[in-house]
Ligand binder design. Sequence first.
Ligand code: ZN
Length: 179
Amino acid sequence: MSRDWSKLQIVCYPDPVLRKVCRPVEAFDADLAALAERMLELMRAEQGVGLAAPQVGLPLRLFVCNVTGDLKDDMILVNPEIRETFGDAESQEGCLSIPDVTVTVRRAQRCRIVASDLTGRPIEADGADLLARCWQHELDHLNGRLIIDAMSETDRIANRKTLRELERKHKSSRGVVAL
Ligand code: ZN
């Protein structure tokens, strides 16, 4: 019987799970497939283009993404690694775990990703622009890195109030079980 993931919710900064170096997925079973489905559902509901497992409170190396909104472009990447990167580009990014914060982030313009699919079979794909940016953002999540980690002075000032407010909210909700 697979676990019931329906109660999973997106966790927000500064929840400590967002700072964990996530562990590899080892079981490619029905549970994993159900989890990925739930993550896609949450991502879509929040109009995001990507969502990583730690963002739903699970420190596992798994993320889902879809940068076009077209169902056929759903991607589920298990134990992903970025292999080759080309060029670089700066663009503004948000994060479903850090609502109302926007940061300019410099990333590779193109990259190759290798991962496993839900059955453990290897996947390899090349991406550019938004897709490459999304992969790099989500992979950062699996290593406990967030877009607020390397903010310019301008972004720091612009986001200071919102970040403080999120920290305050987190403090006052401690002790409440999120799952
Ligand atoms: Zn994010």
